[in-house]
Design a protein around this ligand. Structure first.
Ligand SMILES: NC(=O)c1ccc[n+]([C@@H]2O[C@H](COP(=O)([O-])OP(=O)(O)OC[C@H]3O[C@@H](n4cnc5c(N)ncnc54)[C@H](OP(=O)(O)O)[C@@H]3O)[C@@H](O)[C@H]2O)c1
Length: 345
């Protein structure tokens, strides 16, 4: 068996990180084996290490974002050949996680990388763009919820013109993709909260108004919106942002949360919240993600979707634990950390 290097989290709750070898897996029917050139870090990794959830067995391999080249094409796959530059979302544990040198992915949720996007930039896209997309548009598959049409589908562009949207945490990776999708959908105004130093970044990806996260967000957002706010995306989902979001939301509106609900919502009977979980929702959200990936190359090529700014980490897979700690300490603001698994010593 051909061997590769992978980063293992050895045990639950503050377990040790260890780089060691494991077999390079073989792609099954409909799958690709990808040689990972860049793997992005996400907040979920420090949370899993601290609180032990989502992982079914240890030692575990984490990592949800990859960009690289196709190394092997599984049976029945059309449209990909060895050497193609691609990006894809990983799933935590074993062959599909991305904190390793090779990973398996289903071809239908893999997209080719246009030449204008580097591997590092591309690695910032998959998990957080999927979170933004599933939150905003997966309601179509769940009658009674948001039911918005995605902008990459026929007739979907600019159809929500004149409708306000408010995004808590616009400078995070999820927040930047929510802003960009909202822009493609035509929402206006697009109101986002962030630290003041990230205001220009948010405007560059499509926010029409940026509110300092320490200001009176409720008052300012209400004034700017000018009409009832039916969609609020809380990419922070802390107790204080959830409280403000519920207050801001108009009757009949939908609040999208990235973390579980934290407040008693009995006093908001005519408002709805959806807690997004891309892992748990992937089977349910699969048609949406397949549809997104069928258009993702074009969206990246024409600049409709811009990757996050990135910082590349040194030392290959061995550099990841220090990056995970920086995210846990809130030291990463407005950019994404990316590791290069092939540079592992
Ligand atoms: N449910 C799911 O399936 C799913 C999927 C992906 C991510 N998530 C979760 O979604 C959250 C965001 O992920 P991410 O990757 O976007 O994180 P990130 O890129 O690390 O973004 C963090 C940013 O949040 C901002 N922030 C923190 N508190 C804020 C507040 N009170 N108001 C406004 N902004 C605030 C900060 O912005 P400033 O620096 O500008 O202050 C910070 O830079 C994480 O908790 C993550 O675990 C969930």
């Amino acid at each position: 068996m051909v061997q590769q290097k992978a980063l293992f989290l050895e045990t639950p709750v503050n377990g040790e990180w260890v780089v060691r070898t494991r077999d390079v897996p073989k792609p099954g029917p409909g799958e690709l084996l990808v040689k990972i050139r860049a793997a992005a870090l996400n907040p979920v990794e420090w949370k899993i290490r601290a609180f032990d959830f989502r992982v079914e067995k240890y030692p575990a391999i984490l990592g949800s974002d990859s960009a690289g080249t196709v190394e092997e094409v599984g049976q029945g796959v059309q449209g990909f050949t060895k050497g193609d530059r691609v990006l894809h979302q990983g799933s935590i544990n074993d062959d599909k996680a991305t904190f390793q040198q090779y990973a398996i992915v289903s071809a239908e949720i893999t997209a080719k990388l246009p030449l204008n996007i580097s591997f590092d930039e591309a690695a910032s896209v998959p998990a957080c763009l999927a979170t933004a997309a599933v939150g905003l548009y997966n309601g179509r598959h769940k009658p009674g919820l948001t039911k918005l049409t995605p902008p990459w589908e026929e007739g979907g562009k600019n159809i929500y013109a004149g409708q306000p949207i408010v995004i808590f945490g616009g400078s995070g990776s999820v927040g930047q993709y929510v802003i960009q999708l909202a822009k493609l959908s035509g929402f206006s105004p697009i109101i986002a909260t962030a630290s003041q130093h990230n205001a220009e970044l948010l405007k560059s990806v499509g926010a029409t108004h940026v509110i300092d996260r320490n200001a009176d967000v409720l008052a300012e957002a209400t004034k700017i919106a000018g009409s009832p706010v039916k969609i609020v995306f809380d990419t922070v989902s802390a107790k204080d942002t959830q409280t403000q979001a519920w207050e801001l939301l108009a009757p009949g509106g939908v609040l999208l949360l990235v973390l579980p609900q934290q407040i008693d919502t009995a006093k908001y009977p005519n408002k709805t919240a959806i807690a997004i979980n891309i892992d748990r929702n992937v089977p349910d959200g699969r048609p949406l993600v397949v549809s997104l990936y069928s258009k993702l190359t074009q969206l990246l090529a024409d600049g409709s979707i811009k990757p996050n700014r990135i910082e590349a980490l040194p030392d290959g897979l061995a550099g990841i634990p220090a990056g995970v700690e920086r995210i846990a300490r809130n030291e990463v603001s407005g950019f994404k950390l990316v590791a290069h698994p092939q540079e592992t010593a």
